[in-house]
Write a protein that binds this ligand. Structure first.
Ligand code: HEC
Ligand code: HEC
Length: 218
């Protein structure tokens, strides 16, 4: 499976970093308030929320090189962030920072974000619209049945997730395949035992079917 080889992609990522003219988020000094608390605070006032989302759009200018300007990614192996849940996104940012989730580039990049940057960015992505679904893949109907049986209790019937359960509806097909294969084989980039159990029950041969189904939703 050649698509699991991220090296050419990472090489271009490094070039992006050294190129000038890209607006990197500001280096955060010791922030007083943690991002999750800030998110909760900002969500309380519609005006604050709107301002934070506008700020998040600016702070995510560099992220747009891969994740797209409104969170619809530009590469099949890069996840969409549009309409993803703030709690889930903050958890993943933390997981990169603590090294619990491994991706050399993302682990380095997350260090430049202040708590305020993180809060503004996740609020911006959470409000971004999910693009119209691509045509469901050839095994979508089969995938739907597997999903209802094995996955919906956490990711919800509509695959839109909630809180710390990621939204999967409309996610990049290749990213879904790659992620499921990693949980199945416990290749080490991420570890979450209930996901390994679910994909083991699903079986390797049905990963494509589920990816066909999820990528065609919105
Ligand atoms: C050079 C490309 C690139 C850039 C630039 C980039 N990312 Fe990523 N990002 C990735 C890849 C690839 C992954 C998937 C990592 C993996 O394989 O687990 C990812 C994963 C993530 C995830 C986890 C999403 C999920 O569904 O689990 C978050 C959150 C994230 N990135 C946020 C950001 C933010 C915020 C920025 C800007 C500050 C950014 N990224 C910039 C490539 C990039
Ligand atoms: C017990 C609850 C639970 C079940 C059942 C479950 N998931 Fe998950 N899933 C999660 C959680 C929580 C995460 C985030 C885990 C992490 O941080 O690595 C996740 C992550 C994922 C991801 C990565 C999303 C991203 O943006 O990176 C995919 C894809 C996924 N699940 C698909 C599935 C499929 C398909 C099934 C059924 C075969 C399934 N899940 C069953 C809870 C569950």
């Amino acid at each position: 499976m050649s698509h699991t080889n991220a090296r050419p992609f990472l090489a271009s990522a490094c070039c992006l970093l050294v190129l000038g003219g890209l607006s990197l988020p500001s280096f955060g000094a010791a922030d007083a308030v943690a991002a999750d608390k800030l998110v909760a605070q900002l969500q309380r006032s519609p005006a604050d929320l709107q301002a934070a989302q506008a700020e998040g759009r600016k702070s995510s200018a560099f992220c747009a090189n891969c994740h797209g300007e409104t969170g619809i990614s530009r590469y099949p192996e890069v996840p969409n962030l549009a309409a993803q849940h703030p709690d889930y996104l903050l958890r993943q940012i933390d997981a990169f920072l603590t090294g619990k989730r491994k991706n050399e580039f993302m682990q380095g990049l997350m260090k430049v974000l202040s708590e305020r940057d993180k809060a503004a960015i996740v609020l911006f992505y959470a409000a971004a619209p999910v693009q119209a679904a691509t045509a469901p893949g050839p095994r979508a109907a089969e995938g739907e049945a597997h999903f209802a049986k094995l996955c919906a209790r956490c990711h919800r019937d509509d695959a839109r997730g909630g809180d710390t359960f990621p939204r999967l509806a409309g996610q990049q097909r290749e990213y879904v395949r790659l992620s499921l294969t990693r949980y199945l084989t416990q290749s080490g980039e991420r570890f979450y035992a209930p996901m390994t159990a679910a994909v083991t029950q699903l079986g390797r041969d049905n990963i494509d079917a589920v990816a066909d189904y999820l990528s065609g939703l919105k």
